[in-house]
Design a protein around this ligand. Structure first.
Ligand code: NDP
Length: 420
C-alpha cells in the first residue's frame, strides 16, 4: 500500500472524535436530558423560576413517579392511539423511500385534535377530572413519561436487533433507533409520536397551568391567556396542515429510537410549557404597549412561518403556482424537484425557521426579564434550527450539486435577511 492510499490521519482523528462524541452523547443523553428537564421543573416549582446551582439538595427534589402520573400517561397514549386508528381522515402517500415505494399515512390529526379538546372539556365540565391535575402531576409526569419511553425504545431496540441483516451499533441503536418507519400493521409509530400525544399534551398542560393560576389568584392574567392562545393556535395550525409533516426532516430521514420517542413525548410537552409554568406564580402584568407588541411579533412570525411553509408546499405540488401575485421563480434540478427562488424563499433559504423563531421570541418575552428560564425555549430552538439548517444545506448540496450552489448564490442568507 502506498502512502497516498493510507487514511489521512487528520480525517481519521476527526472521525474518531465524531465517533467519541456520538458515543458520549448516546451514553449520557438518556440520563442527562431527563435530569435537565427535572432540573427545570425543580427551579420552577421550588425556586420561583430562578436557576439554582445543582446540588445534593436539588437531586433529592427530583420528582418520583406516581401511579396517577402513570395512569395519565398511559391513558393519554392509548386514547391518542385510538384516535389515530379510528378518527375520520384521508389516506395520503408519503415521500418516496430509498427503494422508490411510498408508505400510506392516515392524516386525521385535525379530527383527533377536536376529539381531544371535546373529551378533555367534557371530563372537566362533568367534574370527573380536576382542571389542575396536569399542573399538579407535572413533575411526576416527567419521570413517569421518561420511564415509559425507555420501555418503548427498549422494545424497538429489541425488535430491531431481531431483524435479519440489521446493522448492530449497540447503545447507539437504542438512542437513534434501528428503523426509519416502524409500524404495527398500518399504525405508524413515528407519525403518532411526532405530534399526537406530545403536541396536544403540551397545550393540555398549558391550560391546566392556567387553571392553576386561576385557583391560586382568582383570575388568569393576560400574559397567561396570551401564551395559551399563541400555543393553542400553533398546535391547531399544525394539525390543520398535518399533511405537510410527511415532507419534514424527521419523517424523511430520522430513525425512530429513544431520542425521537422521548423528545416527542417528554421533551416537547414539558419544556415547551415552561413559559406557562413560570407565569402561574406571576400575577403582575406587563404594560399594555408591551403586550400589543408581543401579539404583533407573534402574528408576524406566524405569517412568515405559515406563508413560507405553504408557498413551498404549493409550489412542490404545482410549479406553476402563483407566489406573491407573480409566477413562481425557480431553479430546476436533475432530480425533478425544483427549488423555489421567489416569495419568502427568495429572501432567505429557510424563511420557515425565521417565522418559528419570531413566534418563539414573542412567547418568551411574555414572561418578562426576571428569570432566564422562560428563554430556554428560544435558545434551544435557535440551536436546533441553526444546526438543522446546516445539516439540510449539506444534504441539499449533495443532492442538487451545482443547482444548489446557484440557489445559494442567488439567496445568500440562511435564516435572517441581511444578517445570517
Ligand atoms: P423544511 O420544511 O424547510 O424542509 C427542508 C427541505 O425542503 C429540504 O431538505 C428540501 O427538501 C426542501 N427545500 C429546501 N429549500 C427549498 C426551496 N427553495 N424550494 C423547495 N424546496 C426546498 O424543514 P424542516 O422539515 O426542518 O421543518 C419544517 C417546519 O417545522 C419548519 O417550519 C420548522 O420551523 C418547523 N420545526 C419546528 C420545530 C419546533 O420544535 N418548534 C422543530 C423542527 C422543525 P427536498 O428538496 O428533498 O424536498
Amino acid at each position: 500500500m502506498t502512502n497516498s492510499q493510507a487514511p489521512d490521519p487528520r480525517v481519521a482523528t476527526a472521525l474518531d472524535r465524531r465517533h467519541a462524541a456520538i458515543v458520549a452523547a448516546t451514553l449520557i443523553g438518556p440520563l442527562a436530558l431527563p435530569t435537565l428537564v427535572c432540573y427545570f421543573w425543580i427551579c420552577l416549582q421550588y425556586y420561583d423560576g430562578l436557576l439554582v446551582f445543582p446540588s445534593g439538595r436539588i437531586l433529592a427534589q427530583i420528582p418520583a413517579p406516581t401511579l396517577t402520573a402513570a395512569a395519565i400517561f398511559v391513558g393519554w397514549l392509548l386514547f391518542q392511539a385510538a384516535l389515530q386508528v379510528s378518527a375520520p381522515g384521508k389516506w395520503v402517500a408519503g415521500q418516496p423511500l430509498a427503494n422508490g415505494s411510498r408508505l400510506r399515512y392516515r392524516i386525521n390529526g385535525w379530527a383527533s385534535w377536536w376529539c381531544s379538546v371535546a373529551v378533555l372539556a367534557g371530563l372537566v365540565g362533568l367534574s370527573w377530572v380536576r382542571p389542575t391535575i396536569l399542573a399538579e402531576q407535572f413533575g411526576p409526569l416527567i419521570t413517569t413519561g421518561t420511564i415509559f419511553t425507555y420501555l418503548i425504545a427498549g422494545c424497538l431496540y429489541w425488535h430491531g436487533r431481531r431483524q435479519a441483516g440489521a446493522e448492530r451499533n449497540g447503545i447507539y441503536d437504542f438512542w437513534n433507533g434501528t428503523a426509519l418507519n416502524p409500524r404495527i400493521g398500518n399504525f405508524d409509530l413515528k407519525l403518532f409520536c411526532e405530534a399526537r400525544p406530545g403536541l396536544i399534551g403540551w397545550v393540555a398542560l398549558d391550560l391546566s397551568l392556567a387553571a392553576k393560576q386561576h385557583q391560586d389568584y382568582g383570575h388568569v392574567t393576560v400574559p397567561m391567556i396570551l401564551i395559551c392562545a399563541f400555543q393553542v393556535w400553533y398546535v391547531a395550525d399544525y394539525f390543520w396542515h398535518e399533511e405537510a409533516i410527511l415532507s419534514t426532516w424527521d419523517i424523511k430521514h430520522e430513525k425512530f429510537g429513544w431520542m425521537l420517542c422521548w423528545g416527542d413525548l417528554v421533551w416537547v410537552p414539558f419544556t415547551y410549557s415552561i413559559q406557562a409554568y413560570y407565569l402561574v406564580g406571576r400575577p403582575e402584568q406587563p404594560p399594555g404597549w408591551a403586550l400589543v407588541s408581543f401579539v404583533l411579533l407573534n402574528a408576524a412570525g406566524y405569517v412568515v412561518f405559515r406563508g413560507a411553509n405553504l408557498q413551498k408546499h404549493r409550489f412542490r405540488k404545482d410549479p406553476s403556482a402563483i407566489v406573491w401575485g407573480k409566477q413562481a421563480k425557480f431553479l430546476a434540478t436533475k432530480t425533478g424537484h425544483s427549488l423555489l427562488a421567489s416569495g419568502w424563499w427568495g429572501l432567505v433559504r429557510h424563511p420557515n425557521y425565521l417565522g418559528d423563531l419570531l413566534m418563539g421570541l414573542a412567547w418568551c418575552l411574555l414572561c418578562g426579564f426576571r428569570s432566564p428560564l422562560p428563554y430556554f425555549y428560544i435558545v434551544f430552538l435557535t440551536v436546533l434550527l441553526v444546526h438543522r439548517e446546516r445539516r439540510d444545506d449539506a444534504l441539499c448540496s449533495a443532492r442538487y450539486g451545482a443547482v444548489w450552489d446557484a440557489y445559494r448564490a442567488r439567496v445568500p442568507r440562511r435564516i435572517v435577511p441581511g444578517v445570517y
